[in-house]
Design a protein around this ligand. Structure first.
Ligand code: KG4
Ligand code: ZN
Length: 351
């Protein structure tokens, strides 16, 4: 019988060793975990510097870089874990969302490994992976909790009701918060990746530029929704109109004012969600979760109202494979295995 016809024959182990692969954007990442939360290896080879001169990720370059790095990243991960492929119980891989060509490298590689070593192939949603990074941070964390999902592609306040049940309380109606950081970085002449560079510049600035309030009083949707397109445009318009008037722009003040406007609303809505749900744990997920202003403000507010805060390490906020192992473990336990017809998906349901 072929691998394709018989994925249900695999026995689900108690503490599986999972090799996770993430190639949705510009990070080629391979990690190995035991039982989902114990990290044995956690490797990332980034092609970010290759994209910097173009001001953003170039899909073709990303795909080629993944092809070149995936084997090396896997070999290093195995070496660091002290294991060999024979010890691996399952291969988890990001199936989407992301750049199709980039995802295909990881999916094809994962299929080849799963087939060759005859272990289950576990497809993982990148978005759920980000949320599952919280389980790496707090080894005993159990749902329910609220998470702020804030990445380059998604922005939402999510109620994590159980390991498998999520509810989106609200989400962006246009741009994602990370996308806004990247676009503001560009107008300020900062290099890709924009988020960390805006954060750095904001450190020496003041929150003095008035920016419009997000979603006015007449907005009919969820009170947990966001809109970053207007904020981004307001910043761009400010920079252009001041330049036209011949005024000097204080980039640090623009960065700081934008950062406040973009982040404060995430925090306010998250705390409102905690209050309404009655949950007492808040987690952060996605690349913007690495933002120092967000992290420090959350710590202060969480302490004040005695909320338990789960802040994944910065490397587990941005794209990584350990989070794919963490979510892969949950899917493995549920027996959600794919056969070799698994395909990459540029877009997946947010949850
Ligand atoms: O989660 P992620 O690594 O990839 C996606 O799934 O999108 O998020 C990337 C986004 C980028 O927009 C990047 O600018 C933003 O996260 N980001 C940050 C910071 N680090 C990464 N934004 C603000 N402050 C940061 N320190
Ligand atoms: Zn991501």
């Amino acid at each position: 019988m072929s691998y394709k016809d018989d994925t249900r024959r695999f026995v689900v182990k108690e503490n599986p060793i999972i090799l996770g692969i993430e190639t949705s954007c510009d990070e080629t990442a391979v990690a190995i975990t035991k039982g989902g939360r114990e990290i044995l290896a956690d490797e990332i080879i980034s092609s970010a510097t290759e994209h910097a001169k173009f001001g953003g990720v170039v899909p073709e370059i990303a795909s080629r870089a993944h092809t070149e790095a995936i084997l090396t990243a896997s070999e290093i991960a195995l070496k660091h874990s002290g294991l060999s492929m024979g010890d691996i119980d399952a291969v988890a891989v990001t199936k989407g969302a992301g750049l199709l060509g980039a995802l295909l490298v990881g999916v094809s590689f994962a299929k080849a490994l799963a087939f060759s070593y005859d272990v289950p192939l576990v497809p993982v949603s990148h978005i759920r992976g980000h949320i599952a990074a919280a389980y790496l941070t707090d080894k005993y964390l159990q749902p329910p909790f609220i998470t702020i999902l804030a990445s380059g592609g998604h922005t939402a306040i999510v109620k994590v009701k159980s390991f498998y049940e999520h509810e989106i309380l609200g989400q962006t109606v246009d741009d994602a918060v990370g996308e806004a950081f990247d676009k503001v970085a560009r107008v300020l002449g900062l290099k890709y990746p924009g988020g960390p560079n805006v954060e750095r510049l904001a450190l020496s600035g003041k929150n003095v530029i008035k920016l419009p309030k997000m979603l006015g009083n007449n907005y009919q949707g969820s009170e947990f929704d966001f809109s970053y397109s207007g904020l981004k445009t307001a910043v761009i318009n400010y920079v252009h109109s001041e330049t036209q008037k011949g005024k000097e722009i204080v980039g640090a003040d623009v960065a700081c004012s934008f950062q406040h406007a973009a982040i404060d609303v995430l925090i306010d809505k998250a705390f409102k969600a905690l209050k309404i749900s009655g949950y007492n744990t808040l987690a952060v997920s996605g690349g913007v979760g690495a933002n120092g202003y967000l992290r420090e403000t959350l710590k202060t507010r969480a302490e004040k109202v005695k909320i338990k805060l789960v802040l994944p390490e910065k490397r587990h906020c941005t794209d990584n494979a350990a989070m794919i192992c963490a979510e892969g473990y949950l899917q493995y336990k549920a027996g959600n295995f794919a056969d070799l017809s698994l395909n990459a998906q540029a877009v997946v349901e947010i949850l």
